[in-house]
Design a protein around this ligand. Structure first.
Ligand code: ZN
Ligand code: ZN
Length: 255
């Protein structure tokens, strides 16, 4: 299984880093694109046929889904390589309506995406089979319905855990239990500020979650363009003894 970071900028895209987009690839299977914020489709084009991917969403804030309507255009109207069939799409219950409005032609129209994606909503705690991986969603703490995702490759049992956007919750520790790779948001930097509750994590909280979960490797993501990367990293390292890095576009981790 390989993880490629297409974009990891927090809350908005940055000058050289798209917003959230994580590509999970396994052999002999379409890849799984986890979140699709602004700029992600461009980076996906550099890597592969954009049609050859299932798409899943941690939640539907703009920085995690705004490139999806453009993918619909690609899949339907590419002159020589449109989508040949349907791929899978998982997300919050409102995903078809929310994204259907974004790609609709009129104010009160919802574009029906069922011609090119087979959608099903997340069911917390249940295993969702996405070709050669399984994904279990956990409830996150965020102003909109949001999920942390635990992705397991069937043949090897290797696990990628992804926090999505979340405030502190023990569910995050459960999602990342013994994970081979833990992608955790660290929006609030070193955490020394007056931040709203139940929205995001600091680098220290990301490190603490990795330690409590027994994760093998921590990659910090969702640091905004205005964030202090060094302070975020130091705060996480103060909590977690294992390897910690800051995610960046183009980073590939294979295991
Ligand atoms: Zn976000
Ligand atoms: Zn969010």
């Amino acid at each position: 299984m390989k993880l490629t970071i297409l974009g990891s900028s927090g809350s908005v895209s940055g000058p050289v880093n798209p917003a959230s987009g994580y590509l999970v690839t396994v052999e002999n299977s379409p890849s799984v694109l986890v979140d699709m914020g602004p700029g992600v489709l461009a980076r996906l084009q550099e890597r592969q046929d954009p049609c050859d991917a299932h798409v899943v969403f941690s939640h539907l804030h703009a920085d995690h889904c705004l490139d999806f309507p453009s993918l619909m255009v690609w899949r339907r109207f590419h002159p020589t390589a449109p989508a040949k069939g349907r791929n899978l799409c998982f997300g919050p219950e409102s995903t078809p309506e929310h994204l259907g409005r974004l790609s609709a032609d009129g104010d009160v129209v919802v574009d029906d995406m069922s011609d090119t994606f087979a959608f099903a909503p997340w069911r917390v705690g249940q295993e969702h089979i996405v070709d050669r991986v399984s994904i279990v969603p956990f409830d996150a703490v965020h102003p909109v319905p949001a999920y942390s995702l635990r992705i397991t490759e069937h043949t090897t049992g290797k696990v990628i855990a992804y926090s999505g956007d979340t405030g502190w919750t023990d569910n995050l520790v459960d999602a990342a239990r013994d994970a081979d790779l833990f992608l955790c948001e660290a929006t609030w930097g070193a955490g020394d500020g007056d931040f709203p509750p139940d929205m995001h994590l600091s680098g220290a909280e990301a490190g603490r979650a990795a330690r409590l979960a027994g994760a093998k490797r921590l990659v910090l993501v969702h640091i905004p363009p205005w964030g202090d990367v060094d302070a975020t990293l130091a705060a996480a390292r103060a909590e977690f003894d294992g390897p910690v890095e800051v995610g960046s576009p183009g980073m590939e981790i294979e295991f």
